[in-house]
Design a protein around this ligand. Structure first.
Ligand SMILES: *Cc1c(COP(=O)(O)O)cnc(C)c1O
Length: 675
């Protein structure tokens, strides 16, 4: 033991570069004794020492996806040229101004985000690691290097969404390094070898970092069918893919940490996908009853109140793939009932992790209803967003100008709650509206030729396309939305979102939206509607900080938390929302308008019963109010600074003091990790 501590302390630059595969050939132009892709290398050596040392308490955070968004935050600098495959030059748009769609594209010559995320779960995981770095926590992320990412989205009118394979080049992606370490999982179908990669996530002040360890099966020595296992995130053609991908994350992840020599005190499983991590500990125990001692070391965050979100596999499928010892461990840890022939990964986590959390107060309530046997241990820790990633420049500048009230808000995001002290400051009210208009101008310039206007009420909706999120609700009765546009004031609506490539219903929703947009062709003088292809974190940031109103209309109680609205309130963007997810905790704080069906009681209800007629009726009534107040506040650029609209903007920012991942990680540490 003591020799390892000494080793951890003396870990130096040379030890570090010795771990990198192909350092001399590929990486020495960007990594040297001072710098790691333009960032301080010292920071990397410090976190490595900490993870290697048994004196520091360290946590491994497992997640199937990580949205790190280097195109919008902490981009590495690279001298070695990057493959063109890692750039994203243009985005296509579908709008009710066909001529524009035909002639123009949105120019976004930007780096492709490291394409190892699909949506909100991954963005949360990325934000969690970023805030861990900001707080100087000794945390290593564990995930998978998806060689083909998630997918590239194309819209086809009258068809909906047509997915296309995405290709990128990990070997020239800035900041991503391959390690010499290779780990092996034995299965019934032969060994799966996994290369480890690393990506460091730096803190906002670059004084701390946390590595994310990524597993990759694309190795020559693997059987050809195994090489594809880490191609596509959430590939779900059949259970074979699903079981292997989960085996790689869970078992491969624990083996990866051991191969690196990291001393891990807590394994935090972000969603049930990583549950097999527990089987890796289990199989090495002489006395299986000793697994009890590991229960304290595992904690689990449950994200979904939708039944289909919980992974279940038949024992027959499990034993076809897993070696006997793993299969036996899965049976011991993950059967729903004594006689069940299913392994349920959610159940495996609930049963064997001592600490369990849901991702918002309301979601905690629903999860306890769903799993009454575990009700007493299910707590709620509300999700957040990483302030430094999602805050726009104009708002950062605004906060700096009012530093005498907000103090060191970069270090202490909770300080933003003090912003309400400025509510009666007329200059501040003017300034916050101006900061918002600057963001809106940026959106309008990015969308260039579509000719959006700065003083027209703009509504945004962007998220994963899924039934319960009701993506087409605002178009449910086109007559109604047109009535508002003609009678109260013009409207601009900007949408984006991907459906899972195998999700036909999701694709049908996109088709429906395209149809509605087409129907509005003759009305583009009063209403402009755009839907952007390939929603990603770049557009996530652009849209959430620039529209006037962020629309969030999931069917309660099926939205576990939702995070895009948190990005919006941070930038003073007002909410129009149903009462679900995180919004329940801020609904009394005048951050916008709440409408629609409200869930209560002990029956969860039907996800398919979408209540489109009733809820769209209420939505139009609310939008009528919203448009009235907007056009009283902004009369073609003449701003009424005393308007209650600006009060709402200020309340939004004030409330964002709570909905950030810094607070979330502090709660994880205090409540979940038992270090
Ligand atoms: C924030 C974000 C999400 C999550 O949005 P929800 O409101 O939770 O649905 C999904 N995708 C991207 C690209 C995001 O930036």
């Amino acid at each position: 033991m003591s020799s390892t501590i000494k080793e951890a302390n003396s870990f130096c630059y040379n030890d570090f570069v010795a771990t990198i595969e192909g350092f001399a050939g590929n990486y020495k132009t960007d990594i040297n004794k001072e710098e790691y892709f333009g960032f301080p290398v010292e920071t990397v050596l410090n976190i490595e020492k900490s993870l290697l040392s048994s004196k520091e308490k360290s946590v491994a955070y497992f997640s199937m996806e990580f949205g790190i968004a280097p195109s919008i935050y902490n981009s590495f600098h690279q001298k070695r040229p990057m493959s063109e495959k890692n750039r994203f030059f243009t985005h296509e748009v579908f709008s009710n101004d066909w001529i524009c769609d035909y002639l123009f594209k949105v120019n976004t010559d930007k780096m492709l985000d490291i394409p190892i995320y699909g949506g909100g779960l991954g963005v949360l995981a990325g934000d969690a690691v970023k805030s861990s770095a900001d707080l100087g926590y000794s945390v290593a992320g564990v995930g998978i290097l998806w060689n083909k990412g998630y997918f590239k989205q194309n819209f086809w009118y009258k068809h909906g969404q047509i997915p296309e394979e995405l290709t990128w080049d990990p070997s020239t992606y800035p900041g991503l390094i391959p390690l010499k370490n290779i780990v092996k999982i034995e299965t019934r179908e032969g060994p799966v070898h996994l290369r480890l990669w690393k990506y460091y996530v730096y803190s906002y002040d670059k004084k701390h970092a946390c590595p994310i360890i990524l597993l990759d099966s694309n190795l020559k020595k693997n059987h050809p069918s195994f090489r594809k296992l880490t191609d596509q995130l959430y590939r779900s053609d059949d259970v074979w893919w699903k079981i292997y991908q989960r085996l790689i994350l869970g078992v491969g992840g624990v083996k990866a940490l051991e191969s690196l020599g990291y001393r891990i005190d807590c394994y935090h499983l972000n969603e049930g996908h990583a549950a097999f991590a527990m089987t890796e500990k289990y199989i090495h125990l002489d006395k299986k009853s000793e697994f009890k001692k590991y229960r304290k070391k595992f904690s689990y965050t449950c994200h979904t109140p939708v039944a289909a979100g919980h992974d279940r596999f038949s024992i027959a499928d499990i034993t076809r793939i897993l070696n006997d010892d793993y299969a036996q461990a899965a049976r011991a840890l993950g059967k729903e009932t004594e006689n069940s022939d299913q392994i349920n990964l959610t159940y495996m986590c609930l049963n064997n992790c001592e600490k369990v959390n849901a991702v918002a107060a309301k979601h905690g309530e629903i999860t306890r209803l769903q799993f009454p046997d575990f009700a007493s241990k299910i707590r709620s820790i509300t999700n957040g967003v990483h302030m430094h990633t999602w805050l726009s420049m104009p708002f950062g500048d605004l906060f700096d100008r009012y530093e005498s009230t907000l103090g060191n808000w970069r270090k202490h995001p909770e300080n933003l709650k003090k912003i309400v002290e400025l509510k009666s400051d007329k200059q501040f009210r003017k300034d916050i509206f101006a900061a918002h208009q600057a963001n809106k101008k940026n959106l309008i310039e990015t969308l260039g030729r579509w000719g959006l206007k700065n003083d027209v009420l703009t509504i945004g909706w962007a998220r994963r396309i899924a039934g319960y999120k009701r993506p087409a609700l605002i178009f449910h009765n086109v007559e109604q939305i047109l009535r508002i546009a003609y009678e109260v004031g013009p409207l601009q609506i900007v949408l984006a979102g991907k459906a899972h490539p195998n999700d036909d219903i999701g694709s049908a929703h996109i088709e429906e939206i395209l149809d509605h947009i087409d129907q509005l062709n003759d009305h583009r003088e009063v209403i402009k509607v755009l839907i952007l292809e390939n929603y990603d974190t770049y557009f996530g940031k652009l849209l959430t900080n620039s529209v006037d109103v962020w629309l969030n209309n999931p069917l309660p109680p099926f939205e576990a938390s939702g995070t895009s609205g948190m990005k919006a309130i941070l930038n003073g963007v007002i909410q129009v929302s149903t009462l679900d997810g995180w919004v329940v905790e801020a609904a009394e704080d005048d951050i916008g308008w709440i409408f629609g069906y409200q869930h209560s009681g002990s029956v969860i209800g039907q996800e398919m019963e979408l209540r489109l007629d009733e809820d769209s009726y209420e939505l139009y009534a609310v939008l009528n109010e919203v448009a009235k107040l907007y056009y009283q506040t902004n009369r073609e650029g003449d701003i009424d600074v005393q308007s209650p609209w600006i009060d709402k903007m200020i309340h939004c920012v004030g409330r964002s003091a709570f909905f950030n991942t810094q607070r979330m990680m502090q709660e994880y540490k205090k409540i979940m990790w038992q270090l």
